[in-house]
Ligand binder design. Structure first.
Ligand code: MLC
Ligand code: AMP
Length: 510
C-alpha cells in the first residue's frame, strides 16, 4: 500500500534521501557550514545525550530556546529517539510558561539561561524533571552533555503514527491546546510540499522564520530535509541581512510582514532578487497590493499557501499555473478541502461558509484533551479549521474571515479573550474589548478598548501596557489603548467587534 512508506520514523525517511556527507545542510550568516555528514553525527550525539538523561519513546522534551542550528539538532534527536519535541515561543513569560510545563509534563526542559523556565526547577513537582540550558550561540549545559557522546545512534522504529511534536495553540475559550502531530503527518506534508513547489537539488532556502512554529519548522526545515538541500539559517528576520544574503539563495518563505518590510527598504531591488526561484508566503493573509507591488519590483509572483498548526499545509497556489492574488490556491495533493454551513452541510462553489480539511496531514488530536478533539472533528474526520471562505469555479480557496475571534499580528496568533481577561483583572478597569485593526507592518495590530471605574482616576495606557507586559508575551501587548464611555453590545449582550473594527480601522493609517 502506498501509505506504508509513511509508517516509519520521520528521521529514517529523511535519511534515505540525504545527499552525500559533504553537502551543505546549514550555512550561518557568518559562513559557518554544517554538512549533512555533520547533521547525522551531531543529531546522533544529541540523541545519545537525551538517552543519558533517561528520555525514552513518548517522553516530552520542552524547548524554549533562541534559534540556532543546535535547536534543529535537538529536534532531529527527538525524532531519532522517539521523544516528543515541544517547542515554545521565546516571548512567553513565566506565567504563560507555567501552564505549558504543567500540561506537557516533560522529562527534559531545554531553555536559555535567562528563560523563566529556569525558575521552575525548584517550583515544579516532577521528580524526574531535568532542566538544561542552550543559548543562541549553541552553548550551555546541554552542550556539555552532548560533547563526547557517540556519533552514531540507532534511530528508533517508532512507526508513523507515533507523536513527533506537540505544538501549543490557543483558542477562543479555555487554555492553550497541545496539537499532537505524528511522524507521518509531518512526513507526508513535507514531501507533498517538496513536490508541489518543485524543490531542486541545488535549492538554497533563506530561513529567517522562528523554528518554534509550524511555518519555520514543518514547512521550512522539514521540506529542506525532505529535499536533502541546504539553507542559510538566520537567527531572525532582519531586513538588511535578508537583502545581504538573498543573492546566495534561491527560495524564501515568510509571513506577509517579511514582504512588506522588504518592499519598504530602498536597498531591495530587482537585482537582489535576480537569483531567486520562488518566494512563498503564509500564516496570515497576503494583501493583493503587496503581491502586485512585489511582482512589479522583482518579476516574482509570491506563491501563497494556507495552513495551520493542527494540519501543517492544506492548500497552495501552484508552482506552474495561475497564482491568484487573494487566494490561497487549491487543496494540496491528497488533501480534501470543503466548505460547509453551520450544520456541516456541504455548500456549492462560490458559497461562503466554514472551511474544513481532511487528509494525512491532519493532526492526531489535542494532548490530554479528548473532548476538545472530538468537538473539532466531524464524524467523517473532517477538521473544523475555524476559518471562513469559499472555493471558486476552479476550486481555488479564498479565505474571507474567521469564525474564531483571532488576531494574526506579524504571523503570530493573538486571542483577544486572553488579553481581555488580563486587562479586566487590573485595578480601575470595568471591562475591555480587544480587536485587530489593519497595520502596515504587522498586517493586523492588537488594540484594546477599555471602560474605567468612575471612582478611580483615569486609567493610563502606560499602566495597562506595563502591567500586561508582566504576564503576556510581548507580541500580544496592545499597540494602542483607548478609553471609551461604553463597550457596544448587541441585543444578545455580545460585544459588537465588527463595528469596533470598522470604527478603528484607520488608526494606524499613515
Ligand atoms: C515582534 N513584536 C510584535 C511582533 N513581533 N508585535 C506584534 N506582532 C508581532 N508579530 C514586537 C515585540 O514584542 C517588540 O515590542 C517589537 O515588536 C520589536 O520586536 P522585535 O523582536 O525586534 O520584532 P521583529 O524581530 O521585528 O519581529 C517581527 C517579525 C516576527 C514579523 C519578524 O514577529 C516574526 O518572525 N514573525 C513570524 C511569526 C511566525 O513564524 N508565524 C508562523 C506561525 S505558524 P516591544 O514593545 O518590546 O518593543 C502558522 C501556520 C502557518 O501560522 O500557516 O504557517
Ligand atoms: P496557527 O494556529 O498559528 O497555526 O494559525 C493558523 C491560522 O492562520 C489559520 O487558521 C488561518 O486563520 C491563518 N492563516 C494561515 N495561512 C494563511 C493565509 N495564507 N491566509 C490567511 N490566513 C492564513
Amino acid at each position: 500500500m502506498a501509505e506504508d512508506i509513511w509508517d516509519e520514523n520521520l528521521y529514517k525517511i529523511f535519511e534515505k534521501g540525504f545527499p552525500t556527507n559533504d553537502k551543505t545542510f546549514i550555512e550561518t550568516p557568518e559562513e559557518k557550514i554544517i554538512s549533512y555528514g555533520e547533521l547525522k553525527k551531531t543529531s546522533a550525539m544529541f540523541a545519545n545525550a537525551l538517552t543519558d538523561l533517561g528520555v525514552v519513546q513518548g517522553d516530552r522534551v520542552l524547548v524554549q530556546a533562541n534559534k540556532s542550528p543546535e535547536v534543529v539538532f535537538l529536534y532531529l534527536a527527538c525524532l531519532r529517539a522517539g521523544a516528543i519535541f515541544v517547542p515554545l515561543n521565546t516571548a512567553y513569560t513565566k506565567s504563560e510558561l507555567e501552564y505549558f510545563i504543567k500540561d506537557s509534563e516533560p522529562k527534559v526542559v531545554v531553555c536559555d539561561q535567562l528563560s523563566p523556565l529556569m525558575d521552575f526547577s525548584s517550583e515544579i513537582d516532577f521528580p524526574d524533571l531535568k532542566i538544561l540550558t542552550l543559548d543562541s550561540s549553541g552553548n550551555g549545559s546541554l552542550m556539555m552533555l552532548v560533547e563526547g557522546q557517540l556519533v552514531t545512534f540507532n534511530t528508533v522504529n517508532s512507526g508513523g503514527a507515533a507523536i513527533a511534536c506537540i505544538l501549543y495553540t490557543s483558542g477562543t475559550t479555555g487554555r492553550p491546546k497541545g496539537a499532537m502531530l505524528s511522524h507521518s503527518n509531518l512526513g507526508t506534508n513535507a514531501y507533498t510540499l517538496k513536490e508541489s513547489w518543485g524543490f531542486m537539488p541545488d535549492d538554497v532556502l533563506l530561513h529567517t522564520l522562528p523554528v518554534f512554529h509550524a511555518h519555520g519548522l514543518f514547512v521550512a526545515v522539514n521540506t529542506v530535509l525532505a529535499n536533502g538541500t541546504g539553507m542559510i539559517f538566520l537567527p531572525k528576520f532582519d531586513v538588511k541581512e535578508v537583502i545581504r544574503l538573498m543573492p546566495k539563495s534561491t527560495l524564501m518563505m515568510g509571513v506577509p510582514t517579511f514582504y512588506t518590510r522588504l518592499l519598504a527598504d530602498p536597498q531591495f531591488t530587482t537585482h537582489i532578487a535576480k537569483h531567486m526561484r520562488l518566494f512563498i508566503s503564509g500564516s496570515a493573509p497576503l494583501l493583493a497590493d503587496t503581491h502586485a507591488e512585489f511582482y512589479k519590483l522583482t518579476g516574482h509572483k509570491i506563491l501563497e499557501r494556507y495552513g495551520m498548526t493542527e494540519t501543517a499545509m492544506n492548500t497552495s497556489n501552484p508552482l506552474d499555473g495561475e497564482r491568484v492574488p487573494g487566494s490561497v490556491g487549491p487543496a494540496l495533493p491528497g488533501i480534501e478541502i470543503r466548505v460547509v454551513d453551520n450544520d456541516d452541510k456541504l455548500l456549492g462553489l462560490n458559497e461562503t461558509g466554514d472551511i474544513q480539511v481532511r487528509g494525512p496531514n491532519v493532526f492526531n488530536g489535542y494532548w490530554k484533551k479528548p473532548d476538545k478533539t472530538s468537538e473539532e472533528f466531524c464524524e467523517d474526520y473532517f477538521f473544523r479549521t475555524g476559518d471562513i471562505g469559499y472555493l471558486d469555479d476552479k476550486e481555488y480557496l479564498f479565505i474571507v474571515g474567521r469564525a474564531k475571534d483571532l488576531i494574526i499580528s506579524g504571523g503570530y496568533n493573538v486571542y483577544p479573550k486572553e488579553i481581555e481577561s488580563c486587562i479586566d483583572e487590573l485595578e480601575g478597569i470595568v471591562e475591555s474589548a480587544v480587536i485587530g485593526v489593519p497595520h502596515n507592518d504587522f498586517g493586523e495590530a492588537v488594540v484594546a478598548l477599555i471602560t474605567c471605574d468612575d471612582s478611580k482616576t483615569k486609567v493610563l495606557d502606560e499602566y495597562i501596557i506595563r502591567s500586561l507586559k508582566k504576564t503576556l508575551a510581548s507580541y500580544k501587548i496592545p499597540k494602542a489603548v483607548f478609553t471609551v464611555q461604553e463597550i457596544p453590545r448587541n441585543v444578545m449582550g455580545k460585544v459588537e467587534k465588527s463595528n469596533l473594527r470598522e470604527l478603528y480601522k484607520d488608526i494606524f493609517k499613515v
